[in-house]
Ligand binder design. Sequence first.
Ligand code: HEC
Length: 193
Amino acid sequence: MEMKLKNILGRLLSIALLSALLPLSAQAQMGKGMKMPFGDKASVSYSQKLWSALADAHMVGPNAIMSKPYKGQHPHGAVLDTIEGPVTVGGHSGIAIVKRNYGGPDVSIANVANNPAKYLKAVTVMYEREDGYDADNKNWYWAKYKANGGLHKNPKGMSLAGRVAKGMPKGCIACHTAAPGGDMVFNNDRYAH
Ligand code: HEC
């Protein structure tokens, strides 16, 4: 009986320690005094506003406009479709690039074309925010949504929304920096101004 109690207490303590330490280590990586570049309250609540604006524009959700699916590459899905256009969030208008990432055991271009909802795993979005949001990275706001508008998280439990993952060797920003044209967009150079 006493051993059991000790075990439970020990476990609770390590959970408490872990949750206290994780955000600290994330902050340490970014340097003292800097704001969390992503996964913070403001970035997460912005993701909800952006999602409703995208839904109103028929770019996500059950009434979303569909384009022809194409074969994707890692880390995006095995099959993808991408649409883009201007969207207004809280009085600011910017370009939203919405990429739907499809996967699953029998995923194929034909199966996705016929039943996109069945294969939709993630909706990855780049949204052109106001000047000064992230001048180092063309002011892009990044988010990885689930099909229902909730957010995917990284292995540390941080929600993937905001400047993901600024200053870190992996993630949206690190990889998209290599996109041609200097606009962080792979598929075209229209935003390279
Ligand atoms: C390891 C590299 C890599 C990472 C990490 C990555 N991407 Fe991409 N992404 C690509 C490549 C390559 C393309 C272009 C090919 C394609 O359509 O998949 C792309 C395309 C896109 C596009 C369409 C616009 C464009 O650039 O052509 C969006 C939107 C996008 N990614 C969002 C994200 C978001 C959001 C994240 C982080 C949650 C992310 N990406 C992480 C490599 C990456």
